[in-house]
Design a protein around this ligand. Sequence first.
Ligand code: UD1
Ligand code: CA
Length: 467
Amino acid sequence: MNGQQSGGLSALILAAGNGKRMRSKKPKVLCEVLFKPMICWIRDWCLQAGISDQCVVISPEGEEIRGHFPQGTAFAVQQERRGTGHAVMQALDFLKAHAGGDVLVLNGDAPFIDGETIQNALTLHRREQAAITVVTAEVEDPTGYGRIVRSRKNVSAIVEHADADDAIRAIHEINSGTFWFKVDFLMDALSRLGCDNAQGEYYLTDTVKVATRAGARVRAYCSENCDIVLGANDRRGLLKLNEIARRRVFDRLLDAGVNLLSTDGLIVSPDARIEPDTTLYPGVIIKGKTMIGSGCTITSGSVIEDSIIGSSVTVNCSQITRSTVGDGARIGPFSQLRPDSHLAPGVKIGDFVEIKNSTIGEKTSVAHLSYIGDSDVGARCNFGCGVAVANYDGLHKNRCVIGNDAFIGCNTNLVAPVSLGDGAYTAAGSTITEDVPGDALAIARARQVVKPDWSARFRGSRINPEK
Ligand code: UD1
Ligand code: CA
């Protein structure tokens, strides 16, 4: 079935634990590291290891987690929190559908496991034909973790900290919470788990005892990277994870030729891609799957999220969300590109400009204090200061269309829907409510009236005695 088709690989992510100590309304696994929920790190590591067939065990309070996975992901709901073994039991249907294959089981709250470790552990698992392969690490302080009890090559038991005596507590090799299981072995072992232990829970780790009793092989893949075990139980722990992840991203950026002046206040998403010779100032925040080309300058206070930025772009203290920016564009200071804004190469966006759901053609300039929403703007247009698109009539959003080489005078209001042809002009201060043909000038404002001496009479004195 499904399991066989994908090479028999699937993943089961345990995410039904509660995160009381986070003091969050959200499920713990949705707490974020570098703006990315912890469980999404796990989701992506599995994908990177080639495992797209995933099942997530959630609690009844964890419904929100579903939205972070693609369609076709399986979910199992654990009604009561009765341990990691019990959590896996809830996914029995998923396991049955993958009989004959191998399943990766991992914790939803340890974001630093990685694709390579998952693959290396699988290689060992298959080579050794193991029933279980547990990913372990040697850590300085093993307190709280399950200890790995070895008898030569084999792992004979994993003993939880709460159940361990002093001799076992002295072991520094610990269970990371990530395992490969033969699916058929796992299904059988689950039916043999009890909950006679210090916490009265069904421990997934007791499947090791089941294997030992049955003479099946249990192997450990000991990772050199101790961070793989790290999770967060409270906000202090979460901050620590953020700091570790942040440093790691910097290392990658520096290796890739990105220029960092200082890392103060700089936060870059693990999923961002930035090309060489781009400079990030301190205090820049890059979120989500942002891509930035080479030779760009991004200055302090800029926040860029899920956007694609070309090469040689300047973003000066501005915000860009779910938008694209062509090569050589300049943005800011203090401007904002809201979702679905698309700037062609060479566009200039100056200060205090907001663009939303609009396309702006090559080399068009919107230099000051303007709002462009729901519009398609051609190339080489010039927007004077203070242009506003009135795109919302209180009920509907309407679009404006502006051709190439148009000149929009200062303080023009474009009351959508309205279109301006190529080379059209609008006079400063016009409120444009009708289409303007190409090469025409539209003046839509009251004609100026001058009343000589009116103010002198009003004041009772002259300012200008010459007259
Ligand atoms: C578990 C392991 C321990 C290991 C450690 C690594 C067991 C018995 N112990 O301990 O050996 O060193 O992880 O971090 O497996 N969960 C559920 N339902 C439950 C309980 C937990 O879905 O009823 C999920 C949690 O959301 C979490 C994961 O399982 O993602 C691990 O649970 P947690 O309570 O943190 O396990 P530990 O006691 O830390
Ligand atoms: Ca834990």
